[in-house]
Design a protein around this ligand. Sequence first.
Ligand code: 5GP
Ligand code: MN
Length: 320
Amino acid sequence: MYKIDELLQKAKTVAISGHVRPDGDCVGSVMALYLYIKKNMPEIQAKVFLEKPSDVFYCIPGVEDIDTVMESREVYDIFFVLDTAADRIGNACPIYERAKLKVNIDHHISNPGTGDINILVPQGSSTSEVVYRNIDPTKLDSSIAMAIYMGIAHDTGVFKYSNTTPDTLRAVAHLMEYGFDFSKLIDETFYEKTYHQNQIMGRAMLESIRFMEGKCVVSTVTKKMMDFYHVTAGDLDGIINQLRIIKGVECAIFLYQVGEMEYKVSLRSNSYVNVSVVASYFGGGGHIRAAGCTMKGTPHDVINNLSARISLQMEKKDKK
Ligand code: 5GP
Ligand code: MN
């Protein structure tokens, strides 16, 4: 029997959550599990507790059912945490703490596994793919398939990052058979940018600085800049990837201000720097080629501290 089906057998009430500032894989995996339960186990009372997703994700059926207030006092039979460990679920934490059985499903290598049951697959392309592997693939419908497809597409950079495997594409092929408009889905949730999103991206590129002989590049977006272009954190997606694909760059760093002397850091690498190690050192986490953390100080301090850890790895490589 599929693991998720087995877990759901005895449950009457189920809560599902993912990480703060939910991305495509987070929304995709959470919604896929929610829609799967609603379709196949209608007797179970299921609820999603999640920070409000970006407007582009409202194309997935059921996103409008998400509880973004998270004031429920209910003691759930099962609480599923998806695409993160339980430390990044924000306001859903008290509901999680009360739940009878805590299940963690994730593909982040840095996840220590703090649930009662942990389904952790670091080699999985996405949490959405991990969910797909643990539900009955004959019990999907076009909405469930669409949610999983979106999650996989987002975390693989539309099926091209090194985490994409033949098995990932076989899963994707199966999902496509459900007949949703995948071209529109990818364009509208992944590629399309508003005018202001493009402007802030341009500004970030213009002000980027290369160092370590062009092997590193960094760009910083301050609160003042975000206000000027009328954008919020969710509008900055894609900037880090544009930095990563600069010719000659091994490691890209993107900072945006989240508080007085506080910055959210995104890290990407192309072939040998393990950015998960760097982010974990500063209390964050992620994958070998994509990771993040939050750091205090001026941008100058943050970049200095990060580059010290990155250069350690580069020196090791040079010695080889
Ligand atoms: P992004 O740079 O797109 O925000 O994140 C890249 C990857 O690192 C994602 O898989 C994300 O979940 C992970 N990540 C980003 N920030 C943090 C953080 O503060 N803590 C942890 N544990 N993971 C993070
Ligand atoms: Mn993910």
